[in-house]
Design a protein around this ligand. Structure first.
Ligand code: 3HC
Length: 307
């Protein structure tokens, strides 16, 4: 457990459920915890644009292409809000990008899987954004003001992302046999990595202790995961999709679904850089970041000229 020196003003604000703002005094450990989490959240939003971006030119209709374009643009905006929220804690954008490229900073496991068919775009919207909503609705009450406010805006857009994904899956499950198989195949590949998005079990989460002390987290990894499972299983049943978990069954006593164990070896492999697409995602990000250097330089030169 990290040692925490807490100023009384800070802790009394936390105890009263008041937001901590950038100019407030805060323990270094609180600041570092937030820089870690918010910057990784921002990286996730931006890297997450890659698997979906690969399908813009292959969307099955103009409407589908328009929706996908809008969603991907939203994700880029989410990244910007979150990088800006992290910058209020005293880290530069350049430093955050350096940490991403060096592997010091993580991004969500889920974006290291390939989007193989159009049904994957449905599964990503429905399951990945669905999981993100469960996590981010809870984060709207996080103690750090800029992060909480960014979440309010992001959650509004996420619900559109989730709905459009579920619409794609619904259409395919009402389509031909081939489309139904494509949708079920995507379900089989995205279900378990979506559960991993919520992080390790609470008992294996090194950061949750402080996260709860400082009210950065309001609900635990396992609580949010369970909430997502209970909600999503019913949505799957409505459109005839099978959850790829033979141990899934409703527990009348607990009023929630019991489910099989997550493959934590896979989780660790993926978050430590050895997933199906980690190298590709990082190479692409580095390439595009280098390609966009002239835009950053031009913007900085213009800003200097104005002052
Ligand atoms: N992917 C990658 N790494 C993960 C992870 C995941 N799904 N879950 C946990 N980890 C990492 C943590 O970052 C930490 O490693 P670190 O010390 O190097 O940072 C380690 O595993 C231990 O995990 P903890 O549970 O102790 O860490 P946290 O308390 O930070 O909890 C979290 C993890 C629940 C992901 C929390 O950081 C969080 O809520 N983050 C904000 C939400 C977020 O980042 N979501 C990513 C998806 S964004 C998205 O889906 C975009 C949408 O629009 C599609």
């Amino acid at each position: 457990m990290e040692s925490v020196i807490v100023s009384s003003d800070f802790q009394s604000k936390i105890d009263q459920d008041a937001n901590i703002e950038p100019k407030d005094s805060m323990p270094d450990a609180y600041r570092e915890h937030l820089i870690r989490q918010i910057s990784q959240h921002a990286h996730s939003e931006v890297i997450g644009m890659q698997p979906e971006g690969n399908w813009i030119t292959r969307a099955p209709s103009l409407r589908a292409k328009q929706i996908l374009l809008a969603k991907i643009q939203d994700e880029g905006g989410h990244g910007l809000y979150l990088y800006s929220a992290a910058e209020t804690l005293g880290i530069s954008r350049d430093e955050m990008i350096r940490q991403l490229h060096s592997g010091k900073a993580k991004y969500s496991n889920i974006f290291n899987y390939p989007a193989l068919t159009w049904a994957d775009i449905g599964a990503i919207g429905w399951l990945v954004d669905g999981a993100a909503i469960v996590n981010q609705v809870s984060l709207q009450r996080t103690s750090y003001g800029p992060y909480a406010r960014a979440m309010v805006r992001i959650c509004k857009e996420e619900s559109f992302h989730q709905r459009q994904g579920y619409e794609i899956m619904t259409k395919m499950m009402n389509g031909t046999e081939a489309q139904k198989q494509m949708a079920q195949d995507a379900m089989n590949r995205w279900w378990w990595p979506s559960l991993m998005m919520f992080g390790p079990h609470d008992s294996d989460s090194p950061h949750s202790g402080n996260a709860f002390t400082w009210k950065i987290k309001r609900k635990s990894n396992d609580e949010l995961r369970q909430k997502f499972i209970d909600k999503t299983v019913q949505q799957a049943e409505v459109i005839g999709l099978t959850i790829p978990d033979p141990e899934l069954r409703w527990n009348e006593t607990k009023q929630m679904y019991d489910h099989g164990e997550i493959n934590w070896e896979e989780f660790k492999r993926v978050i430590n850089g050895n997933g199906p697409c980690n190298r590709q995602r990082m190479e692409h990000h580095m390439h595009v970041h280098a390609e966009g250097a002239w835009v950053r330089e031009a913007a900085e030169a213009y800003a200097k000229q104005q002052h």
